[in-house]
Ligand binder design. Structure first.
Ligand SMILES: Nc1ncnc2c1ncn2[C@@H]1O[C@H](COP(=O)(O)OP(=O)(O)O)[C@@H](O)[C@H]1O
Ligand SMILES: [Mg+2]
Length: 242
């Protein structure tokens, strides 16, 4: 099973949008896929509830902290045949819950919205993840997605400079588009929508899907140049044992 954590401390950056789009990519290819929602708002699970039962199944796992005496352990069960597990993180995660999500992850996708404040907060967050201290070492790939890109501001120079300094890939630029809103409202994913209205968005999303499903593959970057994937990042995760 390959586990992808969709993570950003800021709300509204596109975590749920990336989660549901990625899930629809695998579902459309009949790959057994589970979405695990850590967010108490449950947006991914709501989307799954809206989903037409005639479509390929996407399993749901609820990992949000529970109120009262509901048992989290049972609700967060992941079916054994799952090949792709996608974790939708809540905003502002830290502490034990963040450690728990990181401990599950093989790769992390970080969507970033275009405001200077979002870019700054995300850069700090990624830096903290990378220099997290005397902790258990794991190799987790980390890739960033520029989300809600406007035609008037096609590049994110401060973000791209930051990523370059860490040799970290910008997986894609997803433009600001109503197609994502339509998908969420109707309970279908990007890769299950009418191709005529979603072709441009699919094309932009594809490098993310391919990066997730094929750890060794070369990446076609958003600027269309072939870039070599960096050697696996040594992401520091877990809790210090001493
Ligand atoms: N590329 C995009 N174009 C247009 N709207 C988007 C895009 N990405 C996300 N949105 C919208 O922005 C809002 C926040 O996105 P969401 O994925 O829920 O963020 P998060 O899960 O990080 O809080 C939602 O209404 C979503 O439909
Ligand atoms: Mg969300």
């Amino acid at each position: 099973m390959n586990t992808t954590l969709v993570l950003n401390p800021k709300g509204g950056s596109g975590k749920t949008t990336v989660t549901t789009s990625l899930a629809s990519y695998f579902a459309a290819r009949a790959v057994p896929v589970t979405v695990m929602d850590y967010d108490p708002q449950g947006s991914s699970l709501n989307w799954l509830r809206l989903r037409d039962s005639s479509r390929n199944r996407i399993y749901a796992a609820n990992a949000a902290p529970q109120r009262g005496n509901r048992l989290r352990g049972i609700e967060m069960h992941v079916p054994a045949d799952t090949r792709q597990l996608i974790i939708d993180a809540p905003a502002g995660t830290s502490g034990l819950l963040l450690q728990e999500m990181l401990a599950r992850a093989d790769c992390i996708v970080v969507p970033v919205a275009p405001s200077a404040m979002d870019i700054h907060a995300t850069a700090n967050f990624i830096r903290d993840l990378l220099v997290g201290g005397r902790i258990r070492m794991r190799n987790i790939r980390l890739g960033v997605v520029a989300n809600k890109v406007r035609n008037s501001m096609p590049t994110y120079e401060p973000l791209e400079r930051f990523l370059k300094s860490l040799n970290m890939p910008l997986l894609s630029r997803l433009r600001d588009s109503d197609v994502y809103l339509k998908a969420v409202e109707s309970g279908v994913g990007l890769f299950e929508m009418d191709e005529a209205i979603s072709a441009a968005e699919r094309e932009q999303f594809l490098p993310i899907s391919q990066w997730v499903e094929n750890p060794q593959s070369q990446l076609i970057a958003a600027d269309r140049k072939i870039v070599q994937l960096p050697t696996r990042l040594r992401l520091l995760a877990g809790v210090a044992s001493n």
